[in-house]
Design a protein around this ligand. Structure first.
Ligand SMILES: C[S@@+](CC[C@H](N)C(=O)[O-])C[C@H]1O[C@@H](n2cnc3c(N)ncnc32)[C@H](O)[C@@H]1O
Length: 246
């Protein structure tokens, strides 16, 4: 029976932490820039996290949402550093459960996590000060609807900061403007291409070990490692910041 993309990501999350090979690949490629303790699923670095913090300008008590939070690490780190209140949303229940556990082990038990997504936040209008999203927007088919939802839940003047990949046919800036945002920053993530390509190379080279350790969850990685490199140079990994009109 064929699996949906969601099933495959759920399988991955269920076994991610039991793969020493995957952990070693990220350590080898990123060295100290890999925030291993945050258990990310994607390509976020400590350098990216510092950039997100500078662009979000979170302050104590501010309320922010991490959309596509996965296991929650990046949002937890930023909330903890700033004393901000975090809600993480992800469509996958297994990821949300992992995020709850991680927030406790990283000393942020007040963080909240729930099943949800870019176009289904379930939040009150203008109820949040900021929105973060790390390496998740590329998975959202209807970006216009996603940006409209982010604009709806942000208070006027609220910040939206995200990382994603931008193929040449996609104009995130134009879509953000149409949703009522002013773009304040757009930059390529530091050294993203060489590192992402190297991760894929090592994943392909160690496919057998990854399959043994991750079980069915390996397929999502192996397919990405096989199919993505050709398109990557024309799809830069960008970090963007935008402000909702005040
Ligand atoms: C590459 S992972 C990044 C997870 C996390 N932000 C991190 O950096 O560790 C992408 C995440 O996007 C989530 N996702 C998929 N579709 C989504 C949607 N429509 N709205 C929000 N998140 C979504 C996936 O479940 C997955 O957890």
């Amino acid at each position: 029976m064929s699996q949906t993309a969601e099933d495959r990501y759920a399988d991955f999350y269920a076994r991610q932490l039991s793969s020493p090979t995957l952990a070693r690949i990220y350590r080898d490629v990123y060295g100290d820039d890999h925030p291993e303790e945050l258990r990310p699923f994607g390509f976020v670095t400590r350098t990216d996290l510092a950039r997100f913090a500078a662009l979000l300008e979170l302050r104590p008590g501010m309320s922010f949402v991490d959309l596509g939070c996965g296991r929650g690490g990046p949002g937890i780190a930023l909330a903890r550093a700033a004393g901000a209140r975090l809600l993480g949303l992800d469509p996958l229940a297994v990821a949300v459960e992992g995020a709850r556990e991680l927030s406790v082990s990283l000393g942020l038990p007040g963080a909240r996590f729930a099943v949800g997504g870019f176009t289904a936040t379930g939040l009150e209008p203008e109820s949040r000060d900021a929105v973060l999203s790390v390496d998740a927007l590329w998975m959202v088919w209807n970006k216009r609807a996603a940006f409209a939802e982010v604009a709806r839940v942000l208070r006027p003047g609220g910040r939206f900061v995200f990382s994603t990949w931008e193929p040449s046919y996609l104009d995130h800036g134009g879509l953000l403007a149409a949703a009522g945002f002013t773009v304040t920053a757009k930059e390529e993530a530091e050294r993203w291409l060489e590192r992402q390509l190297r991760v894929y190379e090592l994943v392909r080279a160690q496919a057998a070990a990854l399959e043994a350790e991750l079980g069915p969850g390996a397929s999502v990685l192996l397919e990405e490692a096989r199919d993505t490199p050709a398109t990557l140079p024309s799809s830069p990994r960008v970090i963007m910041a935008a402000t909702k009109a005040g």
